[in-house]
Design a protein around this ligand. Sequence first.
Ligand SMILES: [Ca+2]
Length: 636
Amino acid sequence: MCKGCYRKTPLILMLVVLLLNLTLTPTQAEEEETVDLRGPRVNYLQLIIYPGYDQEYQAFKQGKIDVMDWPLSYESWQELQNNPDFVIEPLTMWDSYCLDLNCLNWPTSDYRFRKAVAYLVPYEKFYTDVLHAFAGELMDSMVWSEPEWSEWYNPEAPKYWYDPNLAVQILADAGYQDWDDDGLLEWKAPNGTIFDLPPLKYYAREDDPLREALGKLHAAELEAVGIPVALYVVDKEVCWQHAYCMPYDYHIYTEGLGPYNNLLFFYDYWHSQFADPNIDWAWNNVFFMNDTYDYWITRFKYAPDLETAKYAFKQALAVMMDQVPLIPVYHSAGVSAYRKYYGHHSGEEAYWDMPWKGFPNVKFAVVTAGVSDWWTFLNAHPDDVQRGGVLRFGMLSELDHVNPVTQYSTWDMFLASALYGTLILRDPFTGEHIPYFAKDWTIETWNNEGENATKITFHLFENLTWSDGTPLTSADVAFTMKYVYDAAGSTFYPYVEMIDGIDTDIPHIETPDSHTVTIYFSVQSIWFLEMVGFVPILPKHVWENIPPEQVEEQGEYVTTGNLTCSGPYVIAGHQPNEWWLLRANPYFFRYIQAEEVETPAQKPDITPYIVAAVIVVVVVAAAVVLVVRRRKSRAA
Ligand SMILES: [Ca+2]
């Protein structure tokens, strides 16, 4: 779900936060809900991979996993809602499911045609028949009027509620009519020449029932007005080959974005500089190229204050909605769920039937919203056990990149966030920036050749340690910023590209002592904390030996079968396409000691996992080959 990468931001300038109490108390949660910043509370986290939603759901129902990575479907919710073995929580997720319209391929290259296509999305029918007013909420704009986003929403921006008569009128005015009376539209050029329309290549995601249904409903509406459609309901890999890879042979694709916590992706995805059809995985894969949009979205990204950012964003949003390179349709809602009691796993009798605790219902996600975010990895535990047991977490996919630098999919991010830390986190309930590896930070301006520019000073906690026992210092932070700028296919390039001197051998980053780092940016923006604060910190002593241009082929996991990390977990084993086993990392700076030593009989029987893991590492290494310059985070 995120190139992964994604954030609503209560902006706090010149912020100094001192963490005095390790337990957060949400200020405005409707019900009392807290998270613990210390963890993990289980000995092991097992990420178990399933080929599809149905298989994962069956495993969840049978108690083979404690929580799913995906929200419950409408049908699953109906089945479980009164079952006392499950805890079901309402889900708020800021993601976007939209229709990508390829602005390079005719006829979706014609903005009048795109407008007509937008007016043919049967929103209400989709909402009642497919979403069941449950699984998602309709969006009338790429940023919609949820309370949390209302200050960025532009009510004046064009909307495209279903109106087939208007669609036909727009098409006719633009020359798209049934000129030869065969039931299909043709286009009459201004000089009178008539062109047949090519069937619209429409890609809908077979692995996602909602997106499949959306594609089918919309395609039927297009055909009903005489637009020829070739609908391909195919797996995500096939969709990606057409929607994200050369030669971008598609007209419409059922896109998923997010979840996100801020709106910076409007720059990263749709500024025209990223619309390069000559590379695979172009971020701007709809090839939206509009000077006015570029102007406003750049003003937004490099805004010196919040008011400037809001104004510029609303202008950009109005341009985008007028030009419709994408049609917003819905965002996820519904519920996510976990099992109420610890399962009957052999060797874990000590925990059987204990209530599970520590599944916060996250609104501002590290990886994904609901009860299956990173916070659950850190907090989940059997009732009063200080630390013990195994959390079994279902996943819909194997990872794409076992690499913190090129992490891309949701599943890449689940692993990376379990292993690596960032300078800051967000309060999962309010979105406020809170300490992680940095205990406090200060945002100031500096004089860059006569212009105001931003600098941020972070003070690191002093007990940060890598999983091999090496201290984690400001040198690791400085190294990381330069490395993720240089690395091929780096997910975090946009986060660091405005660091002053980042394209030189000596970036403008100061490390006056081992726990202090000051990062200078070349311009001023309110967003820089949002960027560098969420880059996973890498161990310099490991990654300095990996050439940035070889970050994928020579990445640490590919060459060693392990990842030196500093987060809550370390890798304990991996069976490709079946599971990852992670063990609580005793070097994690907020590691929770077990209150008492468990007897061997209480330990989970994980011997088969570890044996298998030794065997399979080479296979994985050979499979990791895809290298791209930039990627975006996808909802799936
Ligand atoms: Ca015709």
